[in-house]
Design a protein around this ligand. Sequence first.
Ligand code: ASP
Ligand code: MG
Length: 449
Amino acid sequence: MSPLVVQKFGGSSVAGADRIRRVARRIARERARGSDLVVVVSAMGDTTDELLALATAITEDPAPRELDMLLATGEHQSATLVSMALHALGVPAIALTGAQAGITTDGRYGRARIAGIEPVRVHEELAAGKVVIVAGFQGRSESSGDRHEVTTLGRGGSDTTAVALAARLHADRCQIFTDVRGIYTADPRLVPKARQLDVVGYEEMLELAHQGAQVMQVRAVELGWVNGVVIEVLSSFEDAPGTLIKEDPFVEQRNKVRGLAHDRNVAKVTLVEVPDRPGVARAVFDPLAEDGINVDMIVQNVGHRGATDLSFTVPRVDLARTKRILEPVIRELGFRELTTDSSVAKVSIVGAGIQNAPGYAARMFGALADAGVNIEMISTSEIRITTIIAEDDLEVAVQALHRAFELELPEAEVTEAEAEVTEAAVDAGDPATGVRAPRGGGATPTGTA
Ligand code: ASP
Ligand code: MG
């Protein structure tokens, strides 16, 4: 049997006739190697944004059902055009909507989740020798009878379509073609020395994506992890090896920060002198949650004389809404004032190797201090340390951290400084769990399999 390859091409890869022809040539080349192909496409260039702008130019409050039908057309355009470009090369191909490809969803407009895939038609068309082009970012709502609706999967949802199809079809490969070469140790636009990674573990990729790395949709990474789909991220503009997102068996031996992520879409909210009594946090965060505002870092200070300060971050785009929602709460609870700061940014170090290694936090804060960067908030997870800093300091901070953690060096080269942190981590190993940081890690080749 010929291998089955799922390829996904993002919006910039299909922006315009020339690029669509280039994508078609790339698909034709893979097919000439004997692969069966299912190709998922995003809407061309900024089409989705333009359609959204059109809708909101007509009404402030477009009906979610109509909006989803409208947005889904962006992917219909690119799918049919890629199919035609293949025909022009003499390659049999057929474009399918998400519904035709058998993708059903839970029916939530604008943020539907895939409920199931019955790829009967996909199999038929493959058996008939065709390349199957699937419109990404959409599926039809599950329903009894034929009253199903067009639903979209949320921004960036074509990644999810591709990974879900790869899982369901047991594809041999799942390739995400995009406008960068792969996953980098930091955003190359901020850090010229950023290095492309050969491999990144699912968990690390999820943290990077959550903390601002924009290459892959978070949900697609989750789906890949749950289903064990090895995801290859690579450039659609050049023939270069990409980055593999997969279970990373070498993590235990490589005690190192994997990459940095940053996010400017952050604002800090501080509630000054909030009464220090039960129920206050609920009164503040319940209404925000109800409105779907994603509260991220939360810091509450030690109380003094019955009052305390409470700070948290929200996406900058939601700041105005957050203030509006909290105004009645302020009056009700009677705290002194609400201050906001939208000129902050979030910087994170991520790596499975930093687990149980206190040396990393100290090193991160030291590097920021040496660079003259003030830390406003800190939060940690098992494999991540995040700080909030002034947005003006972002570039300096990211570059300093990239240097401090020696991310520009190939992974096989571990230096003295790295070994020192590792030693410290070993000394601090948790006797209760017996979890210890590996000694002198990092000398692991991470060649692509
Ligand atoms: N076209 C949709 C968007 O721009 C989906 C995607 O690109 O994956 O969000
Ligand atoms: Mg897009």
